[in-house]
Design a protein around this ligand. Structure first.
Ligand code: DC
Length: 229
C-alpha cells in the first residue's frame, strides 16, 4: 500500500541526525519525489565563494545568489545539483562550503528566493519528501505529515564521524564542536530559525538505527493519509 501516499512529508532537524539518508529511503519506500533543501543553500554558497564574496556580507551575498541559477533534482536516487549549469553535487559537501553555508542561509533575500523555488518544485509533485530546517514551519506550513528528527549531540557527532571515516577522538571532538556551532547559528538566526513546527511529530533517533527510523517515518506518513499497512 506504500504507493498510496500523496502529499508532503517534511523532515526537519539539526545536522547529524541521519536526516538525508532517512529522507531518501522514505521517498523510495512511499514512491515519492525527494527535495534536499540543504543542497540548495549549499549550491548558493558555491556561487558566493566562486564570486569571491565574503559569506558574512549579506548584501553582496544576496546579489550573487539573485544572479545564480540553482537547479536541484527531485529524484531520490540521482543527485542533481547545478549552479549555472555546472555540476556541483560533490563540491557542495566540501568543508569550505560547510563552513560558509550557515552565513549564506541566514540572509533573508537568499531564503525568500530559495523558498519560492522550493514551493514550485513541491507543487510539481504528487508525493514528495522535503528535507531541511524550516520546511514544516515556513516553507510548507500546510504539509500532510511533519516530522522533526533529532538525536543527542554525542550520537550526532559519532554518526557524522562515521560518514567521514574519522576515528580519531580529537577529530570527533572537533566535529561535535562544529555541529554545535552550526546548530547555534541555525537556531538563533532571525529569519526562519531551526525549531519544530507546533504540529510536528518529534522522532528521536539516538537509540534507533536507520531502518528503524525509516520504518517509523513511513508509518507516520501513511497514518497521516489514513493508509493502513
Ligand atoms: O542539511 P544541510 O547540512 O545540507 O544544510 C546546510 C545548511 O543550510 C545548514 O547549515 C542550514 C541551512 N539550511 C537552512 O537554513 N534551511 C533549510 N531548509 C535547509 C538547510
Amino acid at each position: 500500500m506504500s504507493a498510496d501516499f500523496t502529499g508532503q512529508v517534511t523532515l526537519d532537524g539539526p545536522s547529524g541526525t541521519g536526516k538525508s539518508s532517512v529522507a531518501r529511503a522514505v521517498a523510495a519506500r512511499i514512491d515519492a519525489a525527494y527535495l534536499d533543501t540543504g543542497a540548495m543553500y549549499r549550491a548558493a554558497t558555491v556561487a558566493v565563494l566562486d564570486a569571491g564574496v565574503d559569506p558574512e556580507d549579506g548584501e553582496a551575498v544576496a546579489g550573487v545568489v539573485a544572479r545564480a541559477r540553482i537547479d536541484v533534482g527531485t529524484t531520490a536516487g540521482a543527485e542533481l545539483v547545478q549552479v549555472d549549469g555546472v555540476d556541483v553535487a560533490e563540491r557542495i559537501r566540501s568543508a569550505e562550503v560547510t563552513r560558509a553555508v550557515s552565513a549564506v542561509s541566514a540572509v533573508p533575500a537568499v531564503r525568500r528566493q530559495l523558498v519560492d523555488q522550493q514551493r514550485a518544485l513541491v507543487a510539481a509533485a504528487d508525493a514528495v519528501v522535503v528535507e531541511g530546517r524550516d520546511i514544516g514551519t515556513v516553507v510548507l506550513p500546510g504539509a500532510t505529515c511533519k516530522i522533526y528528527l533529532t538525536a543527542a549531540p554525542e550520537a550526532r557527532a559519532q554518526r557524522r564521524a562515521g560518514q567521514l571515516g574519522v576515528t580519531d577522538d580529537a577529530e570527533i571532538v572537533a566535529i561535535a564542536a562544529d555541529l554545535r556551532r552550526r546548530d547555534e547559528y541555525d537556531s538563533t538566526r532571525e529569519d526562519s530559525p531551526l525549531r519544530p513546527a507546533a504540529d510536528a511529530i518529534v522522532v528521536d533517533s539516538t537509540d534507533l538505527d536507520r531502518d528503524q527510523v525509516v520504518d517509523r517515518v513511513v508509518e507516520l506518513a501513511q497514518q497521516s493519509v489514513g493508509v493502513s499497512r
